[in-house]
Ligand binder design. Structure first.
Ligand code: SF4
Ligand code: SF4
Length: 197
């Protein structure tokens, strides 16, 4: 049996029995995507045909919908597809069943970050997670803090190539080291935690 690895280093076991599937995954994602009717998908493939990113994806949007409904939770969440989605809304416009596939992609990204189940070493989910944590922490984005935390999580050696640029930006006042954050951080945290569902 082939094993893959997710970001949290849990082994990703390929589905070999129906009992390995997460039968509630479809309903869970539909709820996160504000009640999206993904169970009404007729697998016509219009979404995949209209998607400008589908050639780079490991699973096309049509296949992702089929996998969600069937309960392939780990395969879907650890797929690069959801991180390559450019939120262009072509699929949503072209879907004959009115399924908002873009919203489903957003819901999958949120679920992947919350469960730390995304492709290992892939930069986009790491940046998204760091961005989310920064907003949650202070209510604002400080580019210095964001980039430092991102490179620490992703690849610290890659940040060295930008050191000269960072120094230049600092001395021209374009790189701010400390930010105050918003006043009502407790209110923001409450709002973010209520949006998890
Ligand atoms: S376009 Fe809509 S109905 Fe057709 S495969 Fe995609 S999600 Fe399903
Ligand atoms: S919103 Fe995402 S999945 Fe839909 S067509 Fe655009 S890139 Fe593809």
């Amino acid at each position: 049996m082939t094993m893959k690895s997710t970001q949290n280093n849990l082994p990703l076991q390929e589905i070999s029995h129906e009992s390995d599937l997460d039968k509630n995954f479809g309903k869970h994602i539909a709820k996160m995507a504000h009640g999206e009717k993904l169970f009404g998908c007729i697998q016509c493939g219009n979404c995949s045909a209209s998607c400008p990113m589908s050639v780079y994806m490991d699973h096309t949007p049509r296949k992702i919908i089929a996998m969600i409904r069937a309960g392939f939770r780990d395969e879907v969440l650890s797929s690069k597809t959801i991180w390559l989605c450019a939120s262009c809304y072509n699929c949503t416009v072209e879907c004959p069943k009115g399924i908002k596939i873009t919203e489903i992609m957003y819901a999958l990204k949120r679920d992947a970050i919350l469960t730390k189940n995304y492709p290992k070493g892939f930069p986009i989910p790491i940046l998204s997670r760091t961005f989310y944590n920064e907003v949650k922490r202070s209510g604002r984005i400080n580019e210095t803090s964001l980039l430092m935390k991102y490179y620490f999580s992703y690849n610290i050696f890659k940040s060295l190539g930008y050191a000269a640029l960072a120094i230049k930006l600092f001395f021209t006042g374009r790189l701010i080291l400390f930010e105050k954050g918003i006043k009502n951080k407790a209110g923001l945290k409450q709002m973010l935690s209520s949006s998890k569902n």
